[in-house]
Design a protein around this ligand. Structure first.
Ligand code: IMP
Ligand code: MG
Length: 180
């Protein structure tokens, strides 16, 4: 397998990921009963998680996507967050749940949350598959978290390294020599 040779260790298998998504889907289904749920997936990292999670939410809901960029291409995100692709609807009538791949420094999500609050949604919460609390610099927490992980750079299940490995069906750490 051409990608598998780049992976140093697997952190979450496909089965483990499926169990986490089942649990999140059940919790969200319970919490959003009788609400007007709108899932907002953040491109590109959330696509696979979004596709899996929405099928485990047993409620009527709508979906939207946004794309954001934080300036600079380093592994640490910078201060400025720009909207590259915006929502196509007004969110005033919706209970918005942001779906993100990973909460790292928190810079992206704290800026996004502030921008969306200004549009007066009925409610606004965050669901992140992964959380790296050790790296947090912004004052933000996810309302739903799939798994907490230590400060390691992971790929797969939507997460990339230089736009590669998003299609890996499990989550792993790539070999250190590939960073150079
Ligand atoms: P934050 O603004 O620092 O919280 O950055 C969040 C974004 O950084 C995520 O949406 C990912 O695109 C990226 N990111 C953070 N950690 C990782 C990782 O371990 N692997 C892949 N992408 C990551
Ligand atoms: Mg990324």
């Amino acid at each position: 397998m051409p990608m598998k040779k780049d992976i140093e260790k697997v952190l979450f298998s496909e089965e483990q990921i499926a169990q986490i998504v089942d649990r999140l889907g059940a919790t969200i289904t319970k919490d959003y009963e009788n609400k007007n749920l709108l899932l907002v997936g953040i491109l590109k990292g959330s696509v696979i998680f979004m596709a899996d999670l929405m099928r485990k939410i047993n409620l009527p809901c709508k979906i939207e996507f946004m794309a954001l960029s934080s300036y600079g291409a380093s592994t640490r995100s910078s201060g400025v967050v720009r909207i590259i692709k915006d929502l196509s609807i007004d969110i005033e009538d919706y209970d918005v749940l942001i779906i993100e791949d990973i909460l790292d420094s928190g810079n992206t999500l704290s800026k996004l949350k502030a921008m969306l609050e200004l549009r007066n949604p009925k409610s606004l919460k965050i669901c992140a598959f992964f959380d790296k609390p050790e790296r947090r610099t912004a004052d933000i927490k996810a309302d739903y978290i799939g798994a907490e992980i230590p400060d390691e750079f992971i790929v797969g299940y939507g997460l990339d390294f230089t736009e590669k490995y998003r299609n890996l069906p499990y989550v792993g750490v790539i070999k250190p020599e590939l960073y150079n």
